[in-house]
Design a protein around this ligand. Structure first.
Ligand SMILES: Nc1nc2c(ncn2[C@@H]2O[C@H](COP(=O)(O)OP(=O)(O)O)[C@@H](O)[C@H]2O)c(=O)[nH]1
Ligand SMILES: [Mg+2]
Ligand SMILES: [Zn+2]
Length: 366
């Protein structure tokens, strides 16, 4: 069932390329192409259905029976490439990357340990960390988002929006530059289009960008402004309608007039980590460098003598809040790494148990 189609004369591969199709997916699709299925990109997800697009039309589809039983992490997300025949998805193509976070069972509790992975979006060229220059502005939260994005091996771009609320919004840029070394920072306003042209290069044809940020940061307003008309619900209305309650699948991945694609996300309430990588080290390079000067190699920079990091805090060279945030995220990474190590050990044990059983069976047969 097509819900939308656009008349066009170019070939289907050209349309797919515009949606981000490339050699990586082409190679994977060939092995799955069998039963007349063809590639499409997931542009929206709801509980039981997926909105697919191939650059020519959009339609709703559901998962083939055997895919329904796959682990949660394998369920298609917005940005995924799938093989589909009519309204049935028969396979998900290996992702090039994903933005994912940890999700705890208990909703809302800030310090709950993450229990499973929640994939936010797949196959991305950049992540816009959107922060409103109102009460949403929070340097420590920006550091957390940066760590999350780096841990997933993705490219962060900071978008400071609602610049129109301040006489001199560049003060914020100065502060953010110090905490986000080497990260592109863009000051924009969706109220008067200020700075928006600078975002166009991220949205060149075939490229996909996802946005993250709190609810109310100004993400959907930004989509609408960049698009040139209202394609996403904003403000009070969007909160009221509430994504989860929607019965029809709404579109999250939007093909923009600039040629690229922008994924709007509902606000993330809790930024929990899942992937363990060197995100913390990338976000806090100056602390890592200072730590080399500590007397003890395993210094925790809390109260050790000869701690170079604490010296830097005392002299005003390093902000205490930044150090605290660094330590907190380090601890979270250690916890995750330990647990993943443990579950790897368990897998290994299970494997040996299997081998032992097989050996036993062999012996019996003799
Ligand atoms: N002054 C001002 N308000 C904005 C701007 N962008 C968004 N807003 C307002 O911020 C609120 C939340 O915006 P919305 O786009 O729905 O945020 P989202 O939850 O991140 O999608 C709405 O009331 C918008 O009108 C901006 O650039 N300037
Ligand atoms: Mg929104
Ligand atoms: Zn130290």
């Amino acid at each position: 069932m097509k819900i939308e189609s656009y008349p066009d004369t170019s070939s289907s591969i050209e349309h797919l390329t515009r949606m981000g199709w490339n050699a990586h997916f082409q190679a994977r699709a060939e092995s799955l192409a069998g039963d007349g299925a063809s590639p499409a990109r997931v542009v929206g997800v709801s509980k039981n259905s997926f909105r697919l697009g191939d650059g020519q039309s959009e339609w709703l589809a559901s998962l083939a029976g055997r895919l329904k039983h796959e682990a949660d992490g394998a369920r298609p997300v917005t940005g995924d490439w799938v093989m589909a025949r009519d309204s049935l998805i028969s396979g998900v193509l290996e992702r090039q990357n994903v933005l994912s976070r940890g999700a705890s069972g208990a909703r809302g509790s800030q310090n709950a340990r993450p229990r499973h992975e929640q994939v936010i979006a797949a196959n991305l060229d950049a992540v816009f960390i959107v922060c409103g220059l109102d009460r949403d502005y929070n340097p420590r939260r920006l550091e957390r988002y940066l760590t999350l994005v780096y841990n997933c091996g993705l490219n962060p771009v900071i978008v400071l929006t609602k610049a129109d609320l301040h006489d001199d919004p560049t003060l914020f840029v100065g502060e953010v530059e110090e905490l986000a070394l080497g990260v592109p920072i863009h000051l924009v306003s969706a109220a008067d289009d200020d700075g928006l042209v600078a975002l166009a290069p991220y949205l060149s044809p075939g490229r996909t960008v996802t946005m993250v940020g709190s609810s109310g940061a100004g993400k959907s307003t930004l989509v609408n402004r960049l698009f040139g008309r209202a394609v996403q619900l904003t403000g009070a209305i969007s909160n009221h309608v509430g994504k989860g309650k929607h019965t029809t699948t709404s579109r999250d991945l939007i093909v923009m007039p600039q040629g690229g694609m922008l994924i709007d996300n509902p606000g993330i309430r809790e930024i929990a980590f899942w992937e363990v990588d060197s995100g913390v080290e990338s976000v806090f390079p100056e602390i890592e460098k200072l730590a080399l000067g500590c007397r003890f190699a395993d210094c925790s920079h809390i109260n050790e003598p000869g701690c170079r990091v604490l010296e830097a805090v005392a002299s005003g060279e390093l902000a205490e809040g930044r150090l605290e945030n660094y330590r907190k995220m380090k601890r979270e990474m250690e916890y995750l790494a330990q647990r993943q190590h443990k579950s790897a050990e368990r897998v290994e044990k299970e494997r040996w148990k299997d081998v032992a059983l097989q050996v036993k069976a062999l012996k019996k047969r003799r």
